[in-house]
Structure formats: structure tokens, C-alpha cells
Design a protein around this ligand. Structure first.
Ligand code: NAG
Ligand code: NAG
Ligand code: NAG
Ligand code: NAG
Ligand code: NAG
Ligand code: NAG
Ligand code: NAG
Ligand code: NAG
Ligand code: NAG
Ligand code: NAG
Ligand code: NAG
Ligand code: NAG
Length: 329
């Protein structure tokens, strides 16, 4: 018994709320604008008369007369507030103004209980826009804006495809993240970028913003090989470029009539050996690059000597490989 008294005493010291044994339990907190909320009392107790109020404003009162309940709803809450037999308050068509401290005061028996309720507006209509969608790499700045029609306590986060955008020396997030600025865009910044708005009761994602980024030509290469007289040679020139680069070929520094990324040479002769160049031009970035390769045309070796020689060489190499492996074991 003594021990129990001590335990209750300690509980009261630690938590003065423990005095009032009754609690208000909201069906949701935060609650959502337009929806309904029920504030239940726990533990269930028979309460003969009392009131519900938010702050200083009364919502309703009740009293038990004989075996009948009399409930009086204040005019501001007419049609929107009701209680049930357990004195749980139901409030419908919530607005943000319904946020506040809700208190139930019972006079018979004397009990008070309260709870702080927050009503939030869900996020709606998240849209993105950008003023400029065609940009030149390493020069232009991309700007995208995110706007939200309604919602309370909104946080904004941007996504680049599926990964979250974080600020760095090139990427700025300003105006509470509503403005995304990419300084000196790169070819990897085309997006799609989406903006996600969220608050504790909802979230919504915007339409995507894509940037067209012009870059290149760069990282050029040409495939040419060793060929024999009479064979057909296909030379391919590649570059990274947006829009695709316009290409022009040259042989020994003389421009050829061939344009496009593929140069076909049919039944080549020895005098077609030499340097082949490919010139690439991007008409949006106004940049040009070139790459040069050497075509080496040898006389075709009659019979099967050449493949045999190749096979022989391959065998030597493979034996060397085996020997190497063995010496390692
Ligand atoms: C909420 O309160 C503000 C001012 O306190 C008032 O102007 C507004 O009309 C109220 N809104 C609703 C839905 O009651
Ligand atoms: C959505 O937001 C855009 C831009 O803020 C606005 O023009 C449009 O009217 C809004 N639509 C709705 C349904 O609220
Ligand atoms: C786009 O908006 C940014 C910031 O508002 C501005 O600096 C830039 O000049 C704009 N670009 C165009 C093409 O309007
Ligand atoms: C802004 O975006 C960053 C990065 O996604 C995020 O950590 C931060 O919480 C956001 N801030 C606001 C106010 O939404
Ligand atoms: C977008 O993602 C790509 C990788 O997928 C990355 O290279 C680029 O820097 C990102 N851009 C921004 C603005 O986050
Ligand atoms: C967004 O809302 C959906 C339900 O509408 C929920 O399942 C999801 O977890 C929420 N995401 C975030 C990041 O809050
Ligand atoms: C942006 O790009 C994505 C995928 O890359 C595509 O699904 C979407 O339709 C594009 N949006 C616009 C407005 O071009
Ligand atoms: C070379 O191209 C010509 C024309 O397309 C074709 O007739 C010929 O068979 C090709 N020769 C070889 C060795 O592929
Ligand atoms: C040649 O360049 C293209 C484009 O720059 C690239 O996709 C390709 O992998 C390159 N090939 C080689 C063999 O380097
Ligand atoms: C390129 O074409 C022009 C006419 O279109 C022709 O006169 C000229 O000889 C051609 N040059 C070469 C190297 O084939
Ligand atoms: C670049 O060339 C393409 C076709 O090759 C054309 O459609 C485009 O308008 C040109 N752009 C400029 C800026 O000249
Ligand atoms: C070809 O490219 C080299 C650099 O790679 C450059 O020095 C040269 O001027 C270019 N040639 C032409 C004709 O543009």
C-alpha cells in the first residue's frame, strides 16, 4: 500500500497531467480541410452535463434531464457540430480556422480534458514552368519554377528523373525551393525535373520540365582499319553532339563530296591509302571539331598464307599464355 502511494506520488510529480485522468483523442491530428473530425473521450465516463469549446468560443453544451439529453449548439456551429452518448464531439466541414485547443468541461462530475488540433489544407495543383528550354552547354543558365495553388506548411523538393536535387555550386534552390537554377548547364541536365510538394496531410507531384541542351561536337572518333586492295571500306565517324553534327569528309586534306557520318569506299586501290579526316559542325553551338585516321591498303595476299600465319601467331600467343599460367602455379 505504501509502495503504491509512493508510485502515484512520483507519477504526479513527473507528470501533473496525470491528475486529470481523462484524455481527448482526435480521430486524426493534423486533420484535413473539408473533412470531419471526432474528438473522443477516454476512458469512457458518464458525464451528465458539460460543454465543448475551442479556445474561448463555445461550440455546444449538454445536460441530462431525467433520461433525456438536452444539447444546445451555438449558432456559429449550427449544423456542423454534434455529440454522441459518450460526449464525443464530431465537427464536419473543417476549415483551417478550426485549428485550436479543444476543451471538454464537465460539471457533473467535474472533469476537464483538452487537445490541440491542427487543420491543414492539402496540397493541390503543383505546376512547373520554365522560361527557356533550349540552352547551350557550359554557357546558359536554366531556370524552372514550381507553384502550388493551395496547401498549408508546404515543403518543396525537386527531382531529377528519380533522384532528389541537392544544391551545389552549380545548382541553386531558392525562394523556399520554388526556384531551381542551374548555372552553366551540362548535357546531363536535360531532366525530366519534377517538383514534389508535401505537407503532413498530403503530397503532389508536378508535370515534368525538360531542358533541351545543345552541346558538342566532342569525343570524336573514326573507325578505319587495315584493308586489302579490292575490298570495300566503310569508315564511320562518331561524335557526341546535340543536334547531331553535320559531317564532311576529307582525304589528304582535300574535302570530299561525302557528307554524313559514313564514308563508303568500293574496291579500294593502294593509292587510296592515307589520312582521312572527318569534320563535324554543330549549327546550334557553332562549334566544330575534326578527327583524322589513317587507311592502310595492302595488296591482297593470294592463297591461304595470311590466315595460316595469323593462326600460327595466335597459337604462339596462346602457348605463351599457357606457359605463363603454368609458371604462376
Ligand atoms: C477564417 O478566419 C478569417 C479571419 O480570422 C476569416 O477572414 C475567414 O473568413 C475565416 N474562414 C472561414 C472558412 O471561416
Ligand atoms: C493551377 O495552377 C496554375 C498556375 O498557378 C493556374 O493557372 C491554374 O488555374 C490552377 N488550376 C487549378 C485547377 O487550380
Ligand atoms: C529566365 O529567367 C531568369 C530568371 O528569372 C532570367 O535570368 C533569364 O534571363 C530568363 N531567360 C529568358 C530567355 O527569358
Ligand atoms: C529544399 O530542398 C532540400 C533538398 O531537397 C530539402 O532538404 C529541404 O528540406 C527543402 N526545403 C524546403 C523549405 O522545402
Ligand atoms: C541530373 O542527373 C544527372 C545524372 O543522371 C546528373 O549528371 C546531373 O548533374 C543532374 N542535374 C541536376 C541539376 O541535378
Ligand atoms: C504521398 O501521399 C501518399 C498517399 O497519397 C502516401 O502513400 C505517400 O507516402 C506520401 N509520400 C510522402 C513522401 O509523403
Ligand atoms: C520530358 O521527358 C520525359 C522523358 O524523358 C517525357 O516522358 C516527357 O513527355 C517529356 N515532357 C515534355 C513536356 O516534353
Ligand atoms: C563491295 O560493294 C559492291 C557494291 O555494293 C558489292 O557489289 C560488292 O560485292 C562488295 N564487295 C565486297 C568484297 O563486299
Ligand atoms: C566513338 O564515339 C562515340 C560518340 O562519341 C561513342 O559512343 C563510341 O563509344 C566511341 N567509340 C570508341 C571505339 O571509342
Ligand atoms: C563533287 O561534286 C561536284 C558536283 O556536284 C563535282 O563537280 C566534283 O568533281 C566532285 N568532287 C569530287 C572530289 O568527287
Ligand atoms: C541547324 O540545322 C538543322 C538542319 O540540319 C536546321 O533544322 C536548324 O534550323 C539549324 N539551326 C540553325 C540555328 O541554323
Ligand atoms: C582539326 O582539329 C585540330 C585540333 O584537334 C585543330 O588544331 C585543327 O585546326 C583542326 N583543323 C581544321 C581544318 O579545323
Amino acid at each position: 500500500m505504501e509502495r503504491l502511494m509512493f508510485a502515484i506520488g512520483a507519477l504526479l510529480l513527473l507528470n501533473p497531467e496525470a491528475c486529470s485522468t481523462m484524455e481527448v483523442k482526435p480521430s486524426a491530428n493534423p486533420a484535413v480541410v473539408g473533412q470531419s473530425i471526432t474528438l473522443s473521450l477516454s476512458p469512457p465516463t458518464s458525464l451528465n452535463s458539460g460543454s465543448w469549446a475551442v479556445g474561448d468560443v463555445f461550440i455546444l453544451t449538454w445536460s441530462k434531464l431525467g433520461d433525456k439529453d438536452q444539447v444546445a449548439v451555438y449558432p456559429n456551429y449550427m449544423g456542423r457540430a454534434s455529440i454522441d452518448g459518450s460526449r464525443a464531439l464530431t465537427l464536419s466541414s473543417l476549415s483551417m480556422n478550426d485549428s485550436g485547443v479543444y476543451t471538454m468541461r464537465s460539471t457533473d462530475p467535474g472533469v476537464t480534458a483538452s487537445v490541440k488540433l491542427t487543420v491543414l489544407e492539402p496540397v493541390s495543383n503543383v505546376t512547373t514552368s520554365s522560361n527557356d528550354s533550349a540552352l547551350i552547354e557550359h554557357m546558359d543558365t536554366a531556370v524552372a519554377l514550381c507553384s502550388v495553388s493551395s496547401g498549408s506548411f508546404i515543403s518543396l523538393v525537386w527531382f531529377n528523373s528519380s533522384s532528389e536535387v541537392t544544391a551545389n555550386d552549380r545548382v541553386q534552390l531558392t525562394e523556399g525551393n520554388s526556384t531551381l537554377t542551374i548555372v552553366k548547364v551540362s548535357r546531363h541536365d536535360q531532366g525530366p525535373f519534377t517538383c514534389c510538394a508535401f505537407n503532413p496531410v498530403s503530397n503532389a507531384t508536378s508535370n515534368p520540365v525538360n531542358f533541351t541542351i545543345y552541346y558538342g561536337p566532342d569525343n570524336m572518333n573514326m573507325t578505319l582499319g587495315s584493308h586489302t586492295t579490292g575490298s570495300n571500306v566503310t569508315a564511320v565517324c562518331a561524335s557526341e553532339s546535340n543536334p547531331p553534327a553535320q559531317m564532311q569528309w576529307a582525304f589528304k586534306e582535300q574535302l570530299l563530296n561525302t557528307t554524313g557520318s559514313v564514308l563508303e569506299l568500293y574496291h579500294v586501290t593502294k593509292d587510296q591509302s592515307g589520312s582521312y579526316s572527318c569534320f563535324a559542325f554543330n549549327n546550334e553551338t557553332n562549334l566544330s571539331r575534326n578527327v583524322t585516321g589513317y587507311l592502310d591498303i595492302k595488296d591482297a595476299i593470294s592463297g591461304s598464307e595470311q590466315p595460316t600465319a595469323d593462326l600460327w601467331l595466335l597459337c604462339v600467343l596462346c602457348l605463351a599464355g599457357v606457359a605463363f599460367t603454368f609458371s604462376y602455379i
